[in-house]
Design a protein around this ligand. Structure first.
Ligand SMILES: [Zn+2]
Length: 161
């Protein structure tokens, strides 16, 4: 008998690869929704790709839903990791990039990027978007839009990285 409760994903496999990682039960309907717009491959750093589809369970489903909804409202391509970036989506618990307690390490934040010179417009869309709890100041990070679903405060907080 497993020492862990029942999961609909391979909890032990995730913990053995990334000790202390937050994991979530993510309904298949949510995976279907986000997959229309973002691949798991662009949401994870290369070191997490061996998890396969279990990697979806590193993300808070609330984040996946809000990202899908923003992409739908935006109506144009959006990227997370592209080219040389690797930590704009999920980050491992011991990741040296970014803040030690970053919401990226909880699977509750994404740095999304619009096409050339549209990030400020994207930021305006994301600000106060239903479900977005935190957004980084666009003046601090003009080349991406950091959104997070962390926190139970009311409204959307503008934070500085
Ligand atoms: Zn970020």
């Amino acid at each position: 008998m497993s020492e862990y409760p029942e999961y609909d994903y391979d909890y032990e496999r995730i913990q053995s690869a990334f000790p202390g990682a937050h994991t979530y039960s993510v309904p298949q309907s949510v995976i279907n929704e986000i997959s229309q717009y973002f691949s798991l491959r662009e949401l994870l750093p290369p070191e997490a790709r061996p998890l396969g589809d279990d990697g979806w369970h590193l993300f808070d489903p609330a984040l996946l839903l809000v990202a899908s909804s923003i992409r739908e409202a935006w109506g144009r391509p959006l990227m997370v990791n592209a080219g040389g970036t690797r930590y704009r989506g999920w980050r491992p618990p011991n990741c040296a990039t970014g803040a030690p307690k970053s919401a990226h390490k909880e699977g509750r934040a994404l740095d999304i990027v619009a096409s050339w010179q549209q990030n400020r417009e994207l930021w305006q869309l994301c600000l106060d978007y239903p479900g977005v709890r935190e957004i980084e100041s666009i003046d601090a990070t003009p080349t991406w839009v950091h959104i997070s679903v962390r926190g139970d405060h009311h409204g959307c907080r503008i934070i500085r990285p």
